[in-house]
Every structure is written in structure tokens, then in C-alpha cells.
Design a binder for this molecule. Structure first.
Ligand code: 5AD
Ligand code: SF4
Length: 473
């Protein structure tokens, strides 16, 4: 995901040394973000820190004094893309020797000196060190490469209001926890983002209230595993906050605010969350519950800590408590020792659950993980690709069937912006997280409207505005 941010305003001129600042000539930061929503959110924290230090964000790389690239390590191809970008930045630096380049995020944390030694790179900064960016940049400017990749198990950036850069200003992400303790065998996240730490619910509430005051209508609470969110205050031991309680706190802020969350973990998602969802109509009816594989042998090897039977029990409970809830998943094709039968088990669980949406990946071995250390990456690439293609083909059919079941029904949609295909249409999402496109009529961006679905593809619902008003209007 390439992500470009809009302009910000200079707060002070502290960084004159980066480029001579004449009147109206401000130090400019260009940011690129790769990877997940947590990275997008982190980049917004970085922008906030840099804005306070006197930087202005620019849209064009050509005008930049400083380039920050916030990186992802989840799969090898994500890292290969970044190396390609660094080679391009090296060419830019030949033409503009004063240009500074910082590598931030997961890849910075994972590769440390290896990234720092790239000729384009001036600084390498891990995900827990963003408060130090201005200081590090100053040190770079005064001579010499800089690196700060230490973990800080206390850091949640709770007091920093991320500078929102979403183009629509309607829906955004709020981080509720950082890091992960789960150690899934294939996953690099615990190594690059450190131990899990939950954020103070008071600061989460304050951030959501600020977003509402700024016109936002929807927040997605994000964490690697939202179900292990836990906050305890030694002074108020009876007021512990688990994820179900946090959801309730956020839902109660304003019934007009829609609340989403991701990612849920099948081993931890309890019924409390489901009952909270059922109780508050402004909590969206969608759960992202990655199963990864349908084979118990693979799940055990992946260290997911549930069996497919347990997973299916969770699904049954969701369907019982929340009959209108959509369910999405992640899948990994071709994990270590995966047999044709293991793969068939994945296709089978997909058909059983009938996932509404999914993100599907080919297994990519990541250094230092349990899988890299203890197992052999022994499924040939072409077999991984073949299995992934089968998973994708099946999911496309399931997504289409899921959307076809919605034809003729009317949904509340939060209008997010013009549709990609036609300026005459808007797009928004249903509570179930399905993209819905419809002719604009009298609707405005940020409105809740009711849309009756008349047709669909596997990715989109198409509809028209219904007479009925949304109860949230
Ligand atoms: N290879 C392939 N996919 C991976 N994921 C995480 N690590 C890997 C890996 N090494 C996928 C999982 C996870 C999603 C965010 O990325 O499906 O849920
Ligand atoms: Fe990675 Fe597993 Fe943590 Fe998700 S829960 S970030 S897959 S270790």
C-alpha cells in the first residue's frame, strides 16, 4: 500500500539546518507507508511528532528535504519493494546531496545495521523510538548516520494525537495496543514490534472524542490481537478494562459513531465481545477472525493454539449471537510440511464457514521465527502458488455468493466518498464491511443512508438510495 500524505503546517523553524530556511521556505518531509493499518497509524504519529518539530509534509518527493519510509517485514516481497525504493532514493541523493533518508518501522527493527549500511540511508528508527525522530535527524544533519531500534515496553504513544491523513475524514483507525505476545510460528511481528502493551482506555476515549469533534463518523480499533487487550489501574482494581468493556466504552461515546475493530484471535475471542456487539447497534457487524489453515496439523505447527473444531465453535457462537455478522479471515497457503490433504482441509473449512471476505497469502519464511528455525520451508514455490490460486478462486466464489445473498436487502451505509468508477456515484460500507456503490442523489459524504442492493460483484454491492431514513441520520 503506497500512502501519500497531505500538506501540514509549520509550527516552528527548528530544523533550519536540514535546508536553509528562507521566509516561506520550510523544511519538507515526504513520507511513504507500506504494510498494515498499524503502520498507517504509526506514520500519523510520526507526522504529529515531526509537525511539532517544525516540519511540513509535502506530497511530491521532488520537493522533499527529508524522506521517511515506514516499512513492513511481514513477507519477503514487502521487504524487496523497500530495497527497490532505497535504490531509487540513492539516485535522488546523487542529484540532491542534502536530502536525508530515514527508514522506519518493522524492517528497520529487523535488519538494523544491514539497512543502515545502504548508501541511501541516513537513519534507521524502530517502531518504539518515534519520539526521538527530530533529535536523530538533527544528529544526522550534524554529521553521521543514526540508529535507534531499542524496544520500549512502556511506549504506546498514548499522549500523541496522530495527525489524520485519511483522504475522506470520515473513517479512521485508533490503535488500542502495540506489539504481540502470541508467537505464531510463521510471524515476524513479535520480533519487530516487541511485547504486547495495551493503551490507557482514557487516552483511547479522548482520541475518539477528538475525532468526533473533527467530523469523523467511524473508528476502527486496531491491535494485533484485540482480544488480549487488558488495562488495569492499581488505584482502581475493580475497574479493569478488557476488550469487551473497551468496546462498550467507545460505543457509548456517541450512538452516531460506528465502531469497528480488528484483529480478533480465535483462541481469545470470548462471548463477552459478541454480547457487547449485540447490545450496541453502533458496533459494526463484522469480525475479522483469521483461521490461517483448516488443518489441525498445520494449526498446531503454526502455534495458533486452537483446533479447527474450536474455531468452528467460535463461528457457531457468532452466528447464534449475531446472525447478521459477516466474518472474514486470513489464509496462508503452503506452510511447512503442508500436504495436499492439509490444503484440502483449508478449502473445506472455507466452504463450511462461507467466509464473506478474506486476505490470502503464500507462505514466506521469515528469519528468526520458530518456523524458520525449526521447520523446513519445503512446499515448492509452484505448489504454494497453485494452492493459493485455488484458495483465491474459492474465496471469490464465496464472496460473490455472500454478496448475492444481499441482493434485494436494504443496508445502512456510511458515505465515504466518490466511487472509483464514476463521479456520479458514491461509495460507502455496510455494517458488514462490504463496499456499496450507489448514485449520489441528495446524499452527502459523511451521511448515513439506506441503500437497497440491486446487483453485485464478488467485491462490491451496487444499489440505490432507499426512501427510508437511517436511524442514525
Ligand atoms: N507468510 C505469509 N503470510 C503471513 N502472514 C503473517 N506472516 C506471514 C508469513 N510469514 C499473514 C497471516 C496474518 C496476516 C496479517 O499476514 O495470514 O494473519
Ligand atoms: Fe503475528 Fe500471530 Fe501476533 Fe497475528 S497473533 S501478529 S499472526 S504472532
Amino acid at each position: 500500500m503506497l500512502y501519500l500524505s497531505p500538506n501540514l503546517f509549520l509550527v516552528n523553524n527548528k530544523y533550519r539546518t536540514v535546508r536553509p530556511v528562507e521566509s516561506g521556505d520550510l523544511p519538507q518531509l515526504y513520507m511513504e507507508t507500506y504494510g498494515c493499518q498499524m503502520n498507517v497509524n504509526d506514520s500519523e504519529v510520526v507526522v504529529s511528532v515531526m509537525q511539532d518539530a517544525g516540519f511540513r509534509l509535502c506530497r511530491e518527493i521532488d520537493g522533499a528535504d527529508v524522506i521517511f519510509v515506514n516499512t513492513c517485514s511481514i513477507r519477503d516481497n514487502a521487504e524487496q519493494r523497500i530495497w527497490g525504493r532505497l535504490d531509487l532514493f540513492r539516485q535522488l541523493k546523487k542529484k540532491r546531496p542534502a536530502l536525508k533518508v530515514g527508514v522506519l518501522g518493522c524492517m528497520a527493527e529487523r535488519l538494523k545495521e544491514e539497512i543502515l549500511s545502504h548508501p541511501a540511508v541516513d537513519m534507521v528508527v524502530g517502531p518504539d523510538a518515534y519520539r526521538q525522530l527530530p533529535k536523530l535527524l538533527e544528529a544526522v544533519t550534524n554529521g553521521g548516520k543514526q540508529m535507534e531500534v531499542r524496544f520500549n515496553p512502556e511506549e504506546t504513544y498514548a499522549d500523541i494525537s496522530p495527525v489524520r491523513t485519511d483522504p475522506n475524514g470520515i473513517s479512521t483507525f485508533v490503535a488500542i495496543a502495540r506489539g504481540c505476545n502470541n508467537l505464531c510460528a510463521y510471524c515476524v511481528v513479535p520480533f519487530v514490534r516487541g511485547r504486547e502493551r495495551s493503551r490507557d482506555p482514557k487516552s483511547i476515549k479522548r482520541e475518539v472524542e477528538e475525532l468526533i469533534a473533527n467530523g469523523y463518523k467511524e473508528v476502527t480499533l486496531i491491535g494485533q490481537n484485540v482480544d488480549s487487550y487488558f488495562w488495569t489501574d492499581p488505584e482502581h482494581p475493580t475497574e479493569d478494562v478488557n476488550f469487551a468493556r473497551l468496546l462498550e466504552i467507545v460505543a457509548l461515546i456517541d450512538p452516531k459513531l460506528r465502531v469497528r475493530f480488528a484483529t480478533s484471535h480465535p483462541k481469545d475471542m470470548g462471548n463477552g465481545v459478541l454480547y457487547t456487539m449485540a447490545m450496541y447497534p453502533n458496533i459494526c457487524n463484522h469480525i475479522h477472525l483469521p483461521v490461517q489453515s483448516g488443518s489441525n496439523a498445520m494449526l498446531s505447527k503454526m502455534n495458533r493454539k486452537y483446533t479447527r473444531e474450536k474455531y468452528l465453535e467460535r463461528i457457531d457462537m457468532i452466528r447464534k449471537i449475531l446472525p447478521d455478522c459477516s466474518i472474514s479471515s486470513d489464509f496462508i497457503a503452503g506452510f511447512c510440511d503442508e500436504t495436499p490433504q492439509d490444503h484440502a482441509d483449508t478449502l473445506f473449512i472455507m466452504q463450511l464457514v462461507k467466509f464473506d471476505q478474506a486476505f490470502m497469502f503464500q507462505y514466506s519464511e521469515r528469519p528468526n521465527t520458530k518456523a524458520a528455525e525449526a521447520y523446513s520451508d519445503n512446499v515448492p514455490e509452484e505448489v504454494k502458488t497453485q494452492r493459493l490460486n485455488e484458495i483465491i478462486a474459492l474465496q471469490n466464489r464465496l464472496s460473490l455468493e455472500s454478496n448475492q445473498r444481499d441482493v434485494g436487502k436494504t443496508f445502512e451505509v456510511l458515505v465515504e466518498g466518490p466511487s472509483k468508477r464514476s463521479d456520479l456515484d458514491y461509495f460507502g460500507r455496510t455494517s458488514q464491511n462490504k463496499v456499496c456503490v450507489f448514485p449520489r442523489g441528495e446524499a452527502q459524504i459523511g451521511d448515513y443512508v439506506m441503500v437497497t442492493v440491486h446487483s453485485c460483484s464478488s467485491a462490491t454491492l451496487m444499489g440505490t438510495l432507499a426512501e427510508k431514513r437511517s436511524p442514525r441520520k
